[in-house]
Design a protein around this ligand. Structure first.
Ligand SMILES: NC(=O)c1ccc[n+]([C@@H]2O[C@H](COP(=O)([O-])OP(=O)(O)OC[C@H]3O[C@@H](n4cnc5c(N)ncnc54)[C@H](OP(=O)(O)O)[C@@H]3O)[C@@H](O)[C@H]2O)c1
Length: 286
């Protein structure tokens, strides 16, 4: 049974492919759909089929899905373009008779007030309309999101955000990747909606304390108003639209948008989620 993975050259894609291989799926039955084949050379070396397609190229996508039974559709990364890109992927899958799609959505995408949720909610509707059996993996926050800012956090001794004392039930990218592998491998997950979050529920202050402990340096949490945080991100070089989306995500996290007690992630992976401390430790000390 051939399983295709979009976004396969990316970080989640790589981890999901590793997880599928670790779960016994032969590499030759995996199709990595990538925009930049050079970024999938390691996957090719393992025997994974590499097919090149940009999400803006319906013909290439259709060719890429030839003979594919199931698709792990990792959400695209260009915010603002994603509804059209996801529509192209779903249309191409339908044209090739792909039998099932597992889509990486966002926590409570259908009701979440986060700006990021709109494209995911629209994609979920496209999947419903496609008639293709599908599974929604509504991913919560990656702990790795906090690692990106580590150099600046350590330089200034402050983790800056806008989430106040809001709890985030994050997990490692690896946890979401393993859940995706499990969901696409078995048939019992079709038609299901999973709200995925980790076992830990942490505030910005908790994360600052974990960073301080791992780096052995004082780090405080500095809570800003949403617009001030957006301005700071823009000043740091994040394009304005992206800065607003990130600041909105943080502010909504402050109101609980990234917290969940569903237990769905642990149920899929069969193990506790990776502690944030491990992700921070790995980022700081390898
Ligand atoms: N829940 C969260 O906290 C969170 C955090 C980050 C991301 N996400 C979501 O999860 C997805 C996977 O995350 P990730 O960490 O694996 O991201 P990533 O490492 O940036 O990987 C994204 C992949 O998508 C590919 N891609 C982007 N635009 C494309 C296009 N037009 N056509 C074909 N391929 C395209 C990229 O290709 P290239 O290698 O050629 O650039 C890249 O390989 C993201 O796309 C985003 O939707 C969620």
């Amino acid at each position: 049974m051939t399983i295709a993975i979009t976004g396969a050259a990316g970080q989640l894609g790589h981890l999901a492919i590793e997880a599928l291989i670790a779960r016994g799926v032969p590499a030759a039955e995996l199709v990595a759909v990538v925009r930049t084949p050079a970024k999938a050379a390691d996957l090719a070396a393992r025997g994974v089929q590499i097919r090149e397609a940009d999400y803006g190229d319906p013909a290439a996508l259709t060719a890429a899905f030839e003979g594919v039974a199931k698709l792990l559709m990792i959400s695209a990364s260009e915010v603002g373009q994603r509804i059209a890109q996801h529509a192209n992927i779903i249309d191409a899958a339908k044209a090739q008779g792909v039998g099932a799609i597992v889509y990486t959505s966002l926590l409570r995408a259908d009701t979440s007030p986060m700006l990021l949720a709109a494209e995911h909610a629209a994609t979920e509707k496209l999947l419903d309309a496609s008639g293709i059996p599908h599974t929604l993996l509504r991913n919560g926050w990656y702990w790795e999101n906090y690692v990106l800012a580590l150099p600046a956090v350590l330089e200034h001794g402050a983790l800056v955000g806008a989430a106040g004392s809001g709890l985030v039930a994050g997990a490692a990218r690896l946890d979401y990747a393993e859940a995706a592998a499990v969901a696409v491998q078995g048939d019992e997950h079709m038609g299901k909606v999973y709200e995925l979050g980790g076992d830990e529920h942490l505030t910005g202050a908790d994360l600052a304390a974990l960073i301080a402990a791992a780096a052995d340096k004082p780090v405080v949490f500095q809570d800003l108003a949403e617009e001030d945080y957006a301005a700071l991100l823009a000043q740091a070089g994040v394009p304005l639209a992206g800065a607003q989306v990130l600041a909105d995500a943080d502010a909504q996290a402050g109101r609980g948008a990234l917290d969940t007690d569903s237990g769905d992630l642990r149920a899929l992976t069969g193990r506790p989620s990776t502690p944030a401390a491990n992700v921070i430790e790995a980022a700081l000390h390898g």
